[in-house]
Write a protein that binds this ligand. Structure first.
Ligand code: A3P
Length: 285
């Protein structure tokens, strides 16, 4: 079985969503968006905090760490409304669930995706590290539910198709599409791309500094020292040892250490079937 969830229209959402999901989605739909808002959008475990950290450094012009983002999904609208500008918010919702004004071109969206095998491993290990007495899932069971889309925030495939569909049909220019594996391959190029998208002009040396400070190696070493758990930080509160269970391995291909040969074959079949009509090819190693 999985963590406590709220179900809405066949999809599972986190129980920490205030009130019922329908009402929260309606409130978000009508939320007042500001021109300088930035939203980091992702399926869980795809690099949300990584992109948030980079964007935060670029927005503030300081290469310091800034804790966890406020999630649209988990917070009362009043709290979001009262955050100072410029706001940097995150969400695991889909693009069409974002505030209407975002879909009308207001604010900016950084959309990140990651190969589904590494997401599965990261997701399962994250769940086991949370202080969740009702979660006792084995890897095998988790992978089965994950493959069937019976997960918090639904199926990775549905989230990916939302990403693809938005890319193909949304005409606005306020989205930047990012891929975890590309960021691993050339972080400076992606930091530069994010800076240009956010219209932040910095010299190359600052972009290099941000890049250095956002490599996995540096982040895993220093984030914990520099971030003090705050009352707002739901992840600190949720984790077993009050450590931030976000920075784990930060690699492409760790799935090979967790999938058995049989599990990989089954997943590959599902992947090939689901992805047969897309041009997108993920790097798995
Ligand atoms: P792993 O569990 O595979 O290590 P999210 O923020 O969406 O929850 O994603 C968490 C995943 O992003 C974790 O993956 C985490 O280690 C990885 N991550 C965080 N910071 C990273 C960085 N600087 N470089 C690469 N991966 C990073």
């Amino acid at each position: 079985n999985c963590l406590k969830t709220k179900k809405y229209k066949g999809k599972y959402y986190a129980s920490i969503i205030p009130g019922n999901v329908k009402d929260q989605l309606e409130r978000l739909e009508n939320m007042e968006v500001r021109d300088d808002d930035t939203f980091v959008l992702s399926y869980p475990k795809s690099g949300t905090h990584w992109v948030f950290t980079i964007a935060s450094m670029l927005r503030t012009g300081k290469s310091s760490y800034s804790g966890s983002p406020h999630f649209l999904d988990y917070n009362e609208i009043d709290l979001l409304d009262n955050l100072p500008s410029p706001r940097l918010l995150a969400s695991h919702l889909t693009f069409d669930q974002l505030p209407r004004q975002v879909r009308e071109g207001k604010g900016k969206v950084l959309l990140i995706t990651r190969n589904p095998k590494d997401v599965a491993v990261s997701y399962h290990i994250f769940m086991t590290k949370l202080n969740a007495p009702d979660y006792k899932g084995s890897w095998e069971g988790f992978l089965r539910f994950y493959s069937e889309g019976r997960m918090l925030y639904g199926s990775w495939f549905d989230a990916f198709f939302d990403w693809e569909n938005t890319k193909a049909t949304y005409k606005g220019d306020n989205i930047l599409y990012l891929i975890y594996e590309d960021m691993k391959q050339d972080l400076l190029a992606n930091v530069t791309k994010i800076a240009a998208f956010l219209c932040e002009t910095y010299d190359k040396s600052f972009l290099e500094e941000v890049t250095d400070r956002s490599t996995f190696k540096t982040m895993v070493k220093t984030v914990m020292e520099e971030i003090k758990p705050s009352d707002q930080d739901y992840i600190h509160q949720m984790s077993d040892d009050k450590k931030l269970p976000i920075y784990r391995k930060g690699e492409v291909g760790d799935w090979k250490n967790h999938f058995t040969v049989a599990q990989n074959e089954i997943f590959d079949k599902i992947y090939q079937e689901k992805m047969k009509n897309t041009n997108c090819t993920f790097r798995f190693e």
